[in-house]
Design a protein around this ligand. Structure first.
Ligand SMILES: Nc1ncnc2c1ncn2[C@@H]1O[C@H](COP(=O)(O)OP(=O)(O)OP(=O)(O)O)[C@@H](O)[C@H]1O
Ligand SMILES: [Mg+2]
Ligand SMILES: [Mg+2]
Length: 465
């Protein structure tokens, strides 16, 4: 390397010539130890003493049809804790990084960064002593472009018949039937599997899921529709499918995040998404102070286990709120105290998001004199036109949770949209019948675009090292 130090900003373009990747936009993050690269459909292959890994990568987040297959020698498998605190066993590869004319070898871990803005994180062990990182600058090295992928083969996303599994306990309900119908119309095979009847060996070298006495086959994609009561077991089953290399329409981790209402609220707040002022508690001593955190006027108290509006109560005065909180405390359950958004007028908006688009939206209006808009409580549904801000907020909330498909519920308030919750298994009936949009087709289309091509032959021979 030359004498003048190579300078990097917080964001840079680089290339990875050994992997055949001419342009990658990376975030430089000296807070991260090792560099990480986006990879899906990981397939170990080659001899045990010289293991290699093959994976696919979409370098351009806005062009899912551009997919590059890469291979590299494996140097290690390592537990890595990512910024969200999750630990994951990752493959570590050796490769060459190139900025302009400068090249040097680096170690890179492989992980799915599908929902992240940058395909690569450039960590501190990839920065050499002769270099400087200037966190206030960006793109100090030559700027590349995705045009460098011109001429790379593009996949014909919709032409490939896929083997899809729908995890559900309700094969006959509207959502399941619609997904099956649409998948079959588009030339795919969709099987329904009852999540609760799946079982698996944890210690097997090759991950499998068993069902009714047989191992299930390798699927291209999994559509998880996991009810609240099945979250814990359903996530474990889904993780097993993830380990088998299937593309999961929503990941187990993302479903877990959205199902944990407290964590979900914390995540939304951290990303500055608007929500009603919210406080949470289990057994508070100071009821008055808790209520003041939620704004000190009318509040809504929600039991965390609530669904379909059952454990959601409105207290219109401070006094009422106090007795309500005292009553909830006696139940020893976790609950939320939330500012009552009166101007929403007993209505909420369900935005159905697939990928980075809102594919349908409806307004649910509570019955007369009812502040809860749940259809189960006698509410009615209507089509609604979203404002650009509502659209943006719904898409961002989905992304923050790491979901690909979500039902984002919001209230229209005087200060803009306020998110109530993000559902990871939103039902199709209300949204399709009211909005007249083919939401099931959007979901299947998303799978067609995102499910990586799996080579089963390679996978079964060499998973084990
Ligand atoms: N802070 C609030 N201000 C005004 N209205 C609210 C507020 N929170 C909830 N509501 C109304 O009450 C309804 C039910 O509340 P929420 O969606 O939070 O719980 P839930 O429906 O029981 O949960 P789930 O949707 O998971 O079944 C909402 O759809 C909305 O119409
Ligand atoms: Mg709700
Ligand atoms: Mg919900």
């Amino acid at each position: 390397m030359s004498n003048t130090p190579l300078k990097l900003g917080w964001e840079e373009w680089l290339s990875l010539p050994d992997l055949g990747l001419p342009a990658i936009r990376a975030k430089v993050d000296t807070g991260a130890k090792t560099s990480a690269l986006h990879a899906t459909a990981l397939e170990p292959f080659g001899p045990i003493d010289k293991p290699q890994i093959r994976f696919t990568l979409r370098p351009n987040p806005d062009d899912p049809d551009l997919e590059v297959v890469c291979a590299a020698p494996v140097v290690d498998r390592r537990e890595v804790t990512s910024s969200n605190g999750e630990t994951e066993l990752r493959y570590v590869i050796f490769t060459t990084v190139q900025f302009g004319s400068e090249k040097w070898p680096i170690q890179v871990t492989l992980t799915n960064r599908e929902t992240m803005a940058y395909r690569m994180l450039f960590g501190r062990t990839s920065v050499t002593e002769e270099m400087m990182v200037l966190p206030t600058e960006s793109c100090l090295q030559p700027v590349l472009s995705y045009d460098l992928y011109k001429g790379f083969p593009r996949r014909k996303a919709t032409k490939r018949p896929l083997r899809i599994v729908l995890l559900t306990r309700e094969p006959n309900n509207y959502s399941s039937q619609r997904l099956k119908q649409v998948a079959e119309e588009r030339g795919h095979v969709l099987e329904m599997v009852d999540t609760r009847r799946c079982y698996m060996a944890i210690n097997a070298t090759q991950p499998e899921v068993h069902y009714d006495g047989k191992a299930l086959p390798q699927y291209d994609a999994v559509i998880p529709r996991i009810g609240a009561s099945m979250t814990f077991y359903g996530m474990a089953v889904l993780r097993q499918f993830e380990m088998m290399g299937a593309y999961c329409l929503n990941s187990a981790q993302a479903i877990g995040a959205s199902r944990d209402k407290l964590y979900a609220h914390q995540l939304l707040a951290r990303h500055r998404l608007g929500m009603p002022a919210t406080a949470f508690a289990s057994s508070p001593k100071d009821t008055k102070d808790l209520i003041s955190l939620a704004g000190n006027s009318a509040v809504v108290v929600k039991l965390l286990e609530s669904t379909q509006g059952k454990g959601v109560v409105l207290a219109e005065t401070n006094k009422a709120a106090e007795s309500l909180v005292d009553a909830f405390r006696g139940l020893e359950a976790n609950f939320l105290v939330q500012e009552f958004v009166k101007e929403a007028g007993g209505a909420d908006i369900r935005c159905f998001v697939v990928g980075n688009k809102v594919v349908g939206a409806i307004k649910r209006q509570g019955a007369d004199g009812e502040f809860r808009s749940n259809l189960h409580r006698g509410g009615s549904a209507h089509v609604v036109k979203l404002t650009p801000e509502e659209r943006k907020v719904a898409i961002k909330a989905t992304k923050v949770m790491g979901l690909s498909v979500a039902g984002v519920d919001l209230l229209r308030s005087d200060t803009g949209p306020k998110i109530l919750e993000v559902n990871s298994s939103p039902g199709l009936e209300g949204i399709e019948k009211t909005s007249k949009k083919d939401v099931a087709a959007k979901m299947i289309e998303h799978i067609e675009i995102h499910a990586p091509i799996i080579n089963t032959a390679i996978r079964t021979k060499s998973q084990n090292f």
